[in-house]
Design a protein around this ligand. Structure first.
Ligand code: NAG
Ligand code: NAG
Length: 577
C-alpha cells in the first residue's frame, strides 16, 4: 500500500498507550449488543460502536467446517508456505516514473509472476475466466449460479516496493528468498501485498478443490503498480470492471488495508472505510536573472525560502469532526478498550453531545502527532530546486508541497488555503501571482512600475485526489460492513478454536493515511473496505512493511486464508442485492 496505510490506524493510537453457537443473522436483523463493561453511563452508550456477532455461514456451513479442518492440517500448511514463498521469490518491484506498458521493459517481470500463478493455482486457471487488462492487470471471474446477484470483488496488487540496494545485506534472509524458518516466510511482499493476493487465491483454490460452486459471482482483480500510484494497473482495471459489471455493479469490495492488533487491552480490527485525499502543490518563483555582482535584495531562492517558511509556520487548523472516521475510531476505543485512560474515555463519551468535552478530548488526542496527522490536512515540503551557477542570479526556484487531505476537506479547500496564505508575500515582493491557472494578483497595483517577477502555484505530477467517500458502516446501508465484521470475528475465533465469543476481537471503522488501488474503484460500489486481516502485534516480529525484514508468520497467513474463505461464503449466502 502507499504510505503507511496498513498500520497507521492502529499504530497511531497505540502510542497512548464458538462456532457451536451459530448466529445466522441475516435472516433476522443483525444483533447489536450493548457495551461489555459499565461506564456508569446511560443506555445511549450502547449505540457507540455497536458490534455484530461472529458470523458463521449457514447454508455454506458444511464447506466452511470442512475447509476449516483442511486448513488445520500440516499438509495444507506446507502448501500455504510454498504458495506464499513462491510468490515472494518472483520479484515484482514497481518504480516511480515507469513508462507505459510496452515501452518500459521493467514491466516484463510480471510475465514471470503470471507464469508462477498459473503453475501454483491450476484449478483457478482451469475454472475461472481470466481477462488481462493492459497486459499485466488480472481479472478472474468465478461465475455464480445466480447472475442477478452483484458480485463480491476481492482486490490485491502484484507489485512490491523496491528493496533499497544499500539495505540488502541488512536482511536476515535475502529479500527475494521467500525463506521459511518454521515460523515466518521472509521477503519483500510477504505482507504487502502478496499475503492478500496469494491469500485470496489460496482460499479460492481450496474451495474449488472442495467442489464448491458459488451462488454469487466472485471477482478477483489484481493491479500491478499500486506502489507507484495505480495509473497503469488499477485505473485500467477499473474501466474494464465497470464495462463488465456496470457502475455500482458490486455488492462490496475488499482490498488491502489495515489489520488487527491490541490496543489498551482489547484486540481491535479496523477496516478502512475512507482514505485521505492528496494534492502536490508546486510553488514557483521567477525573477529576472543577471550577474550576481549586482543582486537585488531578494533572489528567486530567497523569496521562495520566505514563502516556504510561511507555509510551515501555518499548518492547517484542525478539529475532530463527529462524523469523521477518526472520531468513530476513537469512540470505538472509548466503548470497548478497557485500558483507555479514564479521563480520556469520559471526555470521548461525553463529546458525543458536549462541544467542550470534544475540545478537551481533542487536545489530549492531538498531543499524538501521528493521530493529529491522520485527522488534519498535512503539508510536507518534499522537493526543492533552483539556481544553476554561482555567478548567475537564479531566474527560477520552485518547491513541491505534498498535502494529504483530511476526510473533512477537499482539493479545492486545500488549494484555497495555500493561495490565501501566500497572497501577502506575493504583494510584498511585487510578484504577479497566478494559482492553478487563474490570476490572483497582477502585482502591479502599487504603481505603474513593472512587477519584479512571478509567483505560480500549480498541481505537480498528477492532479489532486479527493478524500474517498466514506463507506456506510452504520444505519440501513451497513450490511456489507456488518458481514465483514462478522466474518472477521468468525475467522479470528475459528483460528483460535474459541467457541461462541463475540468479543474476542472488536471491529471498529478505521481510516487509511495512504491510498490503495481502490482510489480508482469508487464508481464500482459505495461499499469499499481496506482490510487484510494482518496481525500487527504478534508478540514476536512486526511485519516490517516497506522496509528491511518484511516477513509474514505462517500462522497469520493461514488465518488470512480462513478470513477470505469465511468472507466469500458469508457474502455468497447473504441477503445483499
Ligand atoms: C512573468 O510572467 C509573464 C507572463 O507569463 C512573463 O511575460 C514574464 O517574463 C515573467 N517574468 C519573469 C521574471 O519570469
Ligand atoms: C515593490 O514595489 C514598490 C513600489 O514600486 C517598491 O517601493 C518596493 O520596493 C517593491 N518591493 C520589492 C521587494 O521589490
Amino acid at each position: 500500500m502507499r504510505a503507511t496505510g496498513l498500520l497507521a490506524a492502529i499504530g497511531v493510537l497505540g502510542l497512548f498507550v464458538n462456532y457451536t453457537s451459530h448466529h445466522y443473522w441475516w435472516h433476522d436483523p443483525p444483533i447489536i449488543y450493548p457495551l461489555k463493561f459499565n461506564h456508569g453511563g446511560t443506555g445511549a452508550l450502547a449505540d457507540i460502536c455497536p458490534q455484530v456477532r461472529q458470523l458463521i455461514p449457514h447454508s455454506n456451513l458444511e464447506i466452511w467446517v470442512s475447509l476449516g479442518a483442511t486448513y488445520d492440517t500440516d499438509v495444507f500448511k506446507a502448501k500455504a508456505v510454498s504458495w506464499l514463498a513462491g510468490a515472494v521469490q518472483v520479484p515484482t518491484e514497481s518504480y516511480d516514473y515507469l513508462g507505459p506498458v510496452g515501452t518500459d521493459p521493467r514491466w516484463e517481470k510480471f510475465h514471470a509472476f503470471h507464469a508462477y500463478l498459473r503453475k501454483a493455482f491450476p484449478l483457478i486457471h482451469a475454472e475461472l475466466e481470466l481477462t488481462k487488462v493492459n497486459t499485466y492487470g488480472l481479472i478472474f471471474v468465478w461465475k455464480g449460479l445466480n447472475e442477478r446477484l452483484k458480485p463480491l470483488l476481492l482486490a490485491a496488487h502484484q507489485d512490491v516496493v523496491p528493496v533499497e540496494p544499500t539495505t540488502v545485506d541488512k536482511w536476515t534472509h535475502p529479500p527475494f528468498s521467500g525463506h521459511f524458518d518454521g515460523t515466518f516466510v521472509w521477503g519483500r511482499g510477504s505482507c504487502d501485498d502478496k499475503s492478500g493476493l496469494i491469500g485470496t487465491m489460496s482460499a479460492v483454490e481450496a474451495m474449488l478443490a472442495n467442489g464448491y460452486e458459488p451462488t454469487r459471482t466472485v471477482v478477483l482483480a489484481f493491479g500491478f503498480d499500486e506502489e507507484s500510484g495505480g495509473v497503469h494497473g488499477a485505473r485500467t482495471l477499473s474501466a474494464k470492471l465497470e464495462e463488465m459489471f456496470g457502475q455500482n455493479g458490486f455488492a462490496m469490495i475488499v482490498d488491502e488495508g489495515s489489520g488487527y492488533g491490541e490496543l489498551y487491552d482489547r484486540i481491535i480490527a479496523m477496516p478502512g472505510i475512507s482514505e485521505k485525499g492528496s494534492v502536490n502543490v508546486r510553488v514557483e518563483v521567477t525573477t529576472p536573472g543577471g550577474h550576481s555582482s549586482l543582486p537585488p535584495p531578494h533572489t528567486s531562492i530567497g523569496i521562495l525560502a520566505e514563502l516556504l517558511v510561511k507555509i510551515e509556520a501555518n499548518p492547517f487548523k484542525t478539529h475532530l469532526a463527529r462524523n469523521s472516521p477518526p472520531y468513530k475510531t476513537i469512540q470505538c476505543l472509548a466503548a470497548h478498550a478497557p485500558n483507555l485512560p479514564d479521563h480520556l474515555r469520559r471526555d470521548i463519551l461525553a463529546s458525543a453531545y458536549s462541544d467542550k468535552a470534544l475540545r478537551v478530548a481533542e487536545s489530549v488526542l492531538f498531543t499524538n502527532l501521528a493521530f493529529k496527522n491522520l485527522v488534519r490536512t498535512t503539508q510536507a515540503i518534499d522537493i526543492i530546486q533552483g539556481g544553476v551557477k554561482v555567478n548567475a542570479l537564479p531566474e527560477r526556484a520552485w518547491a513541491v508541497v505534498n498535502h494529504r487531505i483530511s476526510t473533512e476537506s477537499s482539493v479545492a479547500a486545500t488549494e484555497g488555503h495555500d493561495i490565501d496564505l501566500l497572497r501577502p508575500l506575493a504583494s510584498k515582493f511585487n510578484l504577479s501571482y497566478t494559482a492553478f491557472g487563474k490570476t490572483v494578483d497582477h502585482g502591479d497595483h502599487l504603481d505603474a512600475s513593472p512587477t519584479c517577477g512571478n509567483l505560480t502555484l500549480s498541481e505537480a505530477f498528477r492532479g489532486g485526489l479527493e478524500p474517498a467517500p466514506t463507506t456506510p458502516f452504520e444505519g440501513d446501508d451497513a450490511m456489507p460492513y456488518q458481514i465483514l465484521s462478522g466474518s472477521i470475528k468468525a475467522a479470528f475465533n475459528r483460528h483460535r478454536s474459541i467457541e461462541g465469543d463475540d468479543d474476542g476481537i472488536v471491529v471498529s471503522p478505521g481510516i487509511m493515511s495512504g491510498n490503495t488501488d481502490t482510489k480508482f474503484y469508487w464508481k464500482l460500489t459505495p461499499h469499499i473496505f481496506r482490510y487484510g486481516h494482518i496481525r500487527s502485534i504478534s508478540g514476536t516480529l512486526p511485519p516490517n512493511i516497506h522496509t528491511v525484514n518484511e516477513a509474514m508468520s505462517i500462522d497469520n497467513f493461514l488465518e488470512i486464508i480462513r478470513f477470505y474463505t469465511t468472507l466469500v461464503l458469508n457474502v455468497d449466502e447473504s441477503a445483499l442485492p
